[in-house]
Design a protein. Structure first.
Length: 80
């Protein structure tokens, strides 16, 4: 029996088109993501709004995507 390879991001879930999410929900998700992921990194003078804008552009460019993890029943932003 062959084992199914898990994605690199370690989540088992479904992709959610970011433009289908409520804008307030998406903004809250992005803010949580940038504060969690960039907490240990120097911010180089970027504001929270700058970081949110960067993630939004990455979503538009399909460099990152929104995934709903079926195991934890949570949404997250992961590399595409």
């Amino acid at each position: 029996m062959t084992q199914k390879k898990q994605p690199d991001h370690g989540e088992e879930g479904v992709d959610i088109p970011f433009d289908r999410l409520d804008p307030n929900t998406l903004e809250t998700m992005i803010k949580e993501f940038v504060t969690r992921e960039w907490a240990d990194l120097s911010d180089f003078g970027y504001t929270l709004d700058d970081k949110v804008g960067q993630v939004m552009q990455q979503l538009r460019d399909k460099k990152v995507k929104v995934v709903f993890d079926l195991r934890s029943e949570t949404g997250n932003i992961v590399a595409s």
